[in-house]
Design a binder for this molecule. Sequence first.
Ligand SMILES: Cc1cc2nc3c(=O)[nH]c(=O)nc-3n(C[C@H](O)[C@H](O)[C@H](O)COP(=O)(O)O)c2cc1C
Length: 276
Amino acid sequence: MPDLTQMLQDRYGLEPDAQAEYMNQTIMGLLGRRVCRAFADRDLDEGLLNLLLACAQSAPTKSNLQQYSIIVVREKAKQKAITDLIPSMPWIADAPVFLTFLGDVRRIRRLANLRSHDYANNNADTFMNATVDAALAMQMFINAAESVGLGCCPISYVRNRIEDYAAILKLPDGVFPIAGLPVGWPAQVGYVSMRLPQDIVVHQERYDDGSLDIEVTAYDDRNHDRFPLSAGKQRHTGKYGVLEKCTWSENVTRQLSLPERDGFAAWLKSRGIDLG
Ligand SMILES: Cc1cc2nc3c(=O)[nH]c(=O)nc-3n(C[C@H](O)[C@H](O)[C@H](O)COP(=O)(O)O)c2cc1C
C-alpha cells in the first residue's frame, strides 16, 4: 500500500493531517488520480467498456430522472472528424474509444408526450440537474476506468465548435454535451496535479474566504516550485506576455479575463433548452 502521507504531499504540497487507518484501494485510487493525455496503440475490450458504463450508470441521479446520455464513438473516421475540431489536442485520436457525456432533457419531454402529461420544467434547474447527472456519471466512469489501469481526460473543448460537434453526433433538440472523454491505455504515467489547500476550499460551519490572498499566494509558490509553467502553458501571452514565474492564480485569472464559449446559452436556446 503506498504511503498516505506521500500521496497527500503530492496532492497538496503540504504536510497532511489525515488518518492512515482508513486507507484502502478506492481512496488510494482517488488520491492518486490524474488525467491521461497519451494513449498506447491498444484496443479496449467491449465487455470491459460495458462494465465501466454500468459503473457510470450507477452514479446518483436527481430524483432518478436519469437526464443524461452517453455516446460511444469507436469509428476511426468519426474520431478523426472530432479531433479535427480540436487541432491543439491531436492525442485524442490515439484513444481506442471516445465517449461524450450529454445532458439529456429530451427523453422525459418525449415521455411526457407519450404519457399525455404536460411538461412544465424547461428551466435552469432542469439544465443544472441534467448537467450534474452527466458529470457524476462521467466521474464514476473515470474512477472505474482508472481502477483497471485505463486513462481518461475530460474534453470541454468539444464545446468550442459545438455546431460541428453536434452535427457529427447527430444531437437532437434537448441534448447537450458536457464533455468528451477519450479512454484508453496510458502511454505515459502522468502526474498528480497540486490542489488548493483545504483551508481555501473547505469552509467550517459558514463561508469564509478571509484568508484567500495569503493562502493562494502560498499555494502559488508551492505549485510553481513543483510545476513551473512553461511559456507554452501560459494563457494569452499575446496580451499579457510571458512570465518567468507565471503562477496558478495569474494563469487562471488570465484565462477568464477573456470570454470563453459565450455563445453557449444561445446555442442551448436554439436547441429548445431554456435557462430562464
Ligand atoms: C469539465 C472538464 C473539462 C476539461 N476539458 C479539458 C480539455 O478540453 N482538454 C484537456 O486537455 N483537459 C481538459 N480537462 C482536464 C483538466 O485540465 C484537468 O482535470 C486539470 O488540469 C487537473 O488535472 P488532473 O485531472 O490530472 O488532476 C477537463 C476537465 C474537466 C473536469
